[in-house]
Design a binder for this molecule. Structure first.
Ligand SMILES: Cc1ncc(COP(=O)(O)O)c(C=O)c1O
Length: 450
């Protein structure tokens, strides 16, 4: 059956009638889906969607979007007219006017996207190299500035060699899929980033409980003689929770069972460890990790991704990692920005101390106000609410008050842990933080969250 706007329920056009009951959506008398009853998952993530034709999926999602937009609760993709700044000028989707907002939605933790020293290097690079690299490295060759960036990354991560990709996503997906064969398995912390999980699409994978070495041990015991190679995959700092991975204990377990370990340093680079070197330095475990991946788009303030490992592993990836082999090298002005950003971080000239003052200030105030922030320890703070509609409403009211934070609904996190996510950057003054925190507290009280 196809889309029928006059009925009181809408459903997907299905190939398999047996599943039809599960696919109905309640609609309002005006023929719209009630947005509050559904989340993005219902339209893009639910496995039952396999039975729906593309047209039907798109119609249903469109109806959900239009209901959210009508009530002005559609706050995805807010548009800034001047970049990712501490005070960002954002076009208000409701009034279509430009609104000054305190930006707690950026991962530009050290505000390097706006750094004049980096901008000067970008202009120099455009003059020397132009824009694009002209092709993938294996056939079109690489550039001196890319080699320099790779060496800078290897030095920061204390690894033999590195290669860069166009994004952190491409680095993760390309590294894991480049290593895993049919007789290998990836074993993930269940809070691992999507780009890591996507690397084993169609391959063997299992999950262990977040940050729990005993749970990892159980999985490793079960798979012990079933696979040739085992890769344990972790985030150094978890992107939705801001907690640090339990690396020492997890590493012990992984090594005991002969598994290799990959750590994604996307949110740790520039934030933790001496001079922002990351999680491995933070725990004093240099030389013990097999593979480090990361992004150049967060603290580093540019765009691109990397993998660092032994020289032989990097040589292997150059010819097995398809998002490296079959993709043009990163945009060269971005390479120049990343290189300068990493140098500033390495020399402790990128404001890491200021970032940590701000993190500690925000953490103390959120805790004393009575918020549940889980085990947040870094620049990412989840304000855990556990009610999708309150999360949406809090985000909207804060948007109206000029505070840019994001909702993280189910299924990005479990239903009882849905949250507002805020990220802290170095450039906030104490007055700006107070202003935001007062509004966050006031709004949470209005909604009986605290
Ligand atoms: C943990 C983690 N890994 C990888 C990525 C992907 O990085 P990029 O945005 O450079 O693709 C992200 C961010 O989006 C992330 O949070």
């Amino acid at each position: 059956m196809s889309f029928n706007p006059t009925s009181s329920r809408k459903h997907y056009h299905l190939f398999d009638d047996e599943n039809i009951d599960h696919m109905y959506f309640d609609i309002s008398p005006a023929g719209e889906i009630d947005a509050n009853k559904y989340s993005l998952y219902n339209f893009t993530g639910d496995p039952k969607l396999e039975y729906a034709e593309w047209d039907s999926r798109m119609d249903m999602m469109g109806s959900w979007f239009s209901d959210m937009k009508k009530s002005n609760r559609f706050l995805y993709e807010r548009e800034s007219i001047d970049g990712s700044k501490v005070v960002s000028n954002v076009i208000d989707p409701e009034t279509k006017t430009v609104k000054e907002m305190l930006n707690f939605a950026s991962n530009d933790y050290l505000n390097l996207t706006q750094d004049k020293r980096i901008q000067a290097k970008v202009i120099e690079a455009i003059e020397q190299y132009g824009g694009g690299a002209g092709g993938a490295p294996l056939l079109s060759g690489t550039m001196s500035i890319i080699r320099e960036l790779q060496e800078q990354i290897s030095s920061m991560k204390a690894m033999e060699a590195s290669i860069v990709y166009t994004s952190g996503y491409a680095a993760n997906i390309g590294t894991i899929s480049g290593l895993l064969g049919h007789k290998d398995i990836a074993i993930y912390d269940m809070f691992s980033h999507a780009s890591l999980i996507d690397g084993s699409k169609g391959s063997n994978k299992k999950f262990f409980a977040h940050n729990d070495p005993a749970s990892l041990e159980k999985v490793l015991k079960n798979v012990q003689n079933k696979y040739i190679n085992k890769l344990v995959v972790l985030d150094g700092v978890y992107s939705m929770d801001g907690d640090i991975c339990n690396l020492p204990e997890i590493l012990d377990v992984a090594h005991y069972y002969g598994a290799w370990v990959l750590v994604d340093e996307a949110h740790a680079t520039g934030v933790i460890g001496k001079n922002g070197k990351g999680t491995i330095d933070y725990f004093g475990l240099e030389g013990k990790i097999d593979i480090i991946t990361g992004t150049l788009s967060k603290s580093v303030g540019a765009v691109g991704g990397f993998v660092s490992a032994s020289q032989k592993l990097i040589n292997y990836l150059k010819y097995s990692s398809r998002s490296y082999m079959f993709s043009t090298s990163p945009y060269l002005p971005a390479v120049a920005a990343a290189l300068e950003g990493l140098k500033l971080i390495a020399n402790n000239q990128a404001g890491q101390d200021k970032l940590w003052n701000n993190i500690q200030y925000v953490k103390a105030r959120l805790l004393s106000a009575g918020f549940n922030i889980g085990n947040a320890e870094t620049a990412i703070f989840p304000i855990i609410i556990g009610d999708d509609n309150k999360v949406k409403e809090m985000t909207y009211r804060l948007h109206q008050k000029g505070i840019f934070v994001n909702p993280v609904p189910y299924p990005a996190v479990p239903r009882k842990l849905t949250r507002v996510r805020m990220t802290i950057t170095a450039g906030f003054s104490e007055d700006q933080l107070d202003n935001a925190l007062n509004k966050i507290e006031e709004t949470a009280k209005e909604l009986s969250i605290i």
